[in-house]
Design a protein around this ligand. Structure first.
Ligand code: DX5
Ligand code: ZN
Length: 219
């Protein structure tokens, strides 16, 4: 059984204090930093790019779990790798050659993740499961923090867990969107071993990050 890891999303952080916020995440016991990159095209929101990631990298020893909600994504992979991404997660709809994009990320010695939106079926990535390090299951439609968890995506988590066993694969299953103290247990039981959370970690219990990370992990 893989150790449950917590990847707080800095989308819910105070963007005017990002270096301080990621230090608080590290001190609070986060396993990695989830960085939501949005381009206003693939998703209806705009956030940060490689220059910000590069400057933040100096302020944390944690792996940067970079979620690219940008399209087309292939031509930006190298920039995010150089900026300091340790995990580079892309959406299948954002590249016209998934094999090429996966090879590009692996060629840069980064971990490769593939993200499935709520309406995207597991079948879309079946052929890639033996080449990737992580599947990111979206439990909200991507673009914003603070949305409501969509429990129907847990079926995909269970299906992926079964596929891992059947095919003897070892990719991580990360779930992202609306994760809180009420639903984290069912996400873990379904088979997720990495929980992304923004609002719950930064806003619950008067913003007690350490307590919120511990509560999420302990479910
Ligand atoms: C949404 C992002 C998520 C989001 C999670 O497009 O990919 O990572 O920031 O935030 P919460 O936990 O607030 O739903
Ligand atoms: Zn995300």
């Amino acid at each position: 059984m893989k150790k449950i890891q917590i990847s707080p999303s800095i989308l819910s952080a105070d963007f005017s204090q990002l270096a301080k916020e990621i230090k608080k995440l590290e001190e609070g016991g986060a396993d990695m930093i989830h960085v939501d990159v949005m381009d206003g095209h693939f998703v209806p929101n705009l956030t940060i790019g490689p220059p910000v990631i590069k400057s933040l990298k100096k302020h944390s020893s944690l792996p940067f779990d970079v979620h690219l909600m940008i399209s087309p994504v292939h031509k930006y992979i190298e920039d995010f790798s150089e900026a300091g991404a340790d995990i580079i997660t892309i959406h299948p709809e954002a590249t016209d050659d998934m094999n090429n994009s996966i090879s590009k990320i692996k060629g840069l010695n980064k971990k490769v993740g593939v993200s499935l939106n709520p309406e995207t079926k597991v079948e879309v990535i079946l052929q890639h499961l033996d080449k990737i390090d992580l599947v990111l299951i979206m439990s909200v439609n991507p673009g914003f923090g603070g949305q409501k968890f969509m429990p129907e995506v847990l079926t995909k988590v269970r299906d992926l867990k079964k596929l891992k066993i059947e095919k003897k694969l070892d990719f991580d299953i990360e779930i992202d969107g609306g994760i809180n103290f009420e639903n984290s247990k069912q996400a873990i039981e379904a088979g997720a071993n990495i929980l992304v959370s923004g609002t719950t970690i930064f806003k619950s219990n008067d913003g007690d990050i350490k307590k919120n990370i511990e509560l999420l992990r302990s479910k």
